[in-house]
Design a protein around this ligand. Structure first.
Ligand SMILES: O=C(O)CCC(=O)C(=O)O
Ligand SMILES: [Fe+2]
Length: 370
């Protein structure tokens, strides 16, 4: 969204956020200037997503489409990820983050040409009025060389650095971390592939319209740990848009901290609801839908005094597809706003810009690639 001009009679008050091409700001609208926008995050029941009846799936799509058009966020109820997988995933996540820093730094992402691995507290700074993002994380991606990730044997792997060889850096401790994360990843991948079909229905397309993009999607997992804030000016993650197609966040602890920005630049709380996923649209799907679906700004502010853990799953199509504007999202009255784009190129540019201090990003900048 473009920066808003100051409106007459309004204090020039803005919320700044990190978007793909840098920093943007949104005017805080008050009184008569307020727009119709959301004040809460809708919940959608996904139980019928697995139904054999197309009508049942269309019913889910109706609610999903409304939420993605109006809010860009929803709570997915009955998402199908078992409580057993959740409990084991939470246990290994907590165990990893409780290790001494020295142990965690063994898999720091600067050691990985693919920019995967551990990032420490305050290492990123999405909001430069703060001392940094008060969170630590590990970034994993779906890896065509990982036998557990199900890549088709003849898939073009040229996109994946440094080739041939594994993309991810897995911690040695806890020893069952990798197998449990991969189990969670498989469950999320099933959910995401189904959701892609629901999204097709919600855009009045044939259910299988996007299937050609799903040969080996550029999906990734990101376990996150947010310690309690030390200063009132701290943030867990500064305001930003995601660059995925969509993101599914499991808020692992009952710590309210996630906030979503509406069109009036008010922060709307998205507190954890047990057994739900928070699903939000990223910039890439906003672009593919000609802005019909909205990629909504969000941030994490952990003021509770408690530890917070979450697990984000980012979903983006296979690297080798050209993404065109979805045919039902443009017309004579709503011309195409964006060029077609190669999915891998888009993803890599955004990753390099987000990780601008990484050696691979510096090299790409020097080579004029970004
Ligand atoms: O932890 C959360 O709830 C959100 C994380 C997030 O926004 C991100 O990793 O992009
Ligand atoms: Fe995010």
């Amino acid at each position: 969204m473009a920066p808003s001009a100051t409106l007459p009679g309004l204090e020039p008050e803005y919320v700044e956020f990190h978007a793909g091409k840098g920093k943007l700001k949104r005017a805080v609208l008050k009184g008569d200037h307020k727009k119709a926008t959301f004040a809460s995050i809708p919940a959608v029941d996904f139980a019928q997503m697995w139904s054999d009846s197309l009508n049942d799936r269309k019913e889910v799509a109706l609610h999903v489409g409304k939420a993605f058009r109006e809010v860009g966020f929803l709570y997915a109820v009955n998402h199908g990820i078992s409580e057993d997988i959740q409990a084991r995933t939470f246990a290994v996540t907590k165990e990893f983050f409780e290790l001494p820093l020295e142990e965690k730094m063994k898999i720091h992402l600067n050691k990985s040409p693919a920019i995967k691995g551990y990032e420490a507290l305050l290492e990123t700074r999405l909001d430069d009025t703060t001392r940094g993002d008060n969170k630590e994380a590990i970034n994993f991606s779906d890896d065509p060389y990982d036998p557990d990730h199900g890549c088709p044997p003849d898939f073009d792997k040229s996109y994946y650095p440094p080739g041939p060889g594994p993309i991810n850096q897995w911690p040695q401790k806890p020893s069952n971390f990798r197998s449990i994360m991969n189990e969670y990843r498989t469950a999320m991948s099933d959910f995401a592939r189904r959701l892609v079909r629901i999204i097709a229905l919600s855009l009045d397309l044939d259910e299988t319209y996007f299937d050609y993009m799903l040969e080996f999607p550029m999906a990734g997992l990101r376990p996150l740990h947010y310690p309690p804030q030390e200063a009132s000016t701290d943030v867990g993650i500064g305001a930003h848009n995601d660059y995925s197609w969509f993101t599914c966040v499991w808020q692992m602890t009952p710590t309210p901290a996630l906030e979503v920005l509406n069109s009036n630049a008010e922060w709307i709380s998205a507190p954890p609801i047990p057994n739900t996923l928070v699903v939000n649209i990223g910039d890439f799907l906003e672009r593919a839908t000609n802005d019909v679906f909205v990629s909504t700004v969000h941030r994490v502010v952990n003021k509770t005094g408690d530890e917070r853990y979450s697990l984000a799953y980012f979903f983006t199509p296979s690297h080798n597809v050209m993404l065109e504007t979805v045919p039902t999202c443009w017309s004579f009255d709503r011309p195409k706003r964006y060029e077609d784009v190669n999915a891998g190129k888009w993803q890599r540019e955004r990753l390099y810009r987000a990780r601008y201090k990484h050696p691979a990003s510096i090299a790409a900048k020097q080579a004029g690639e970004i």
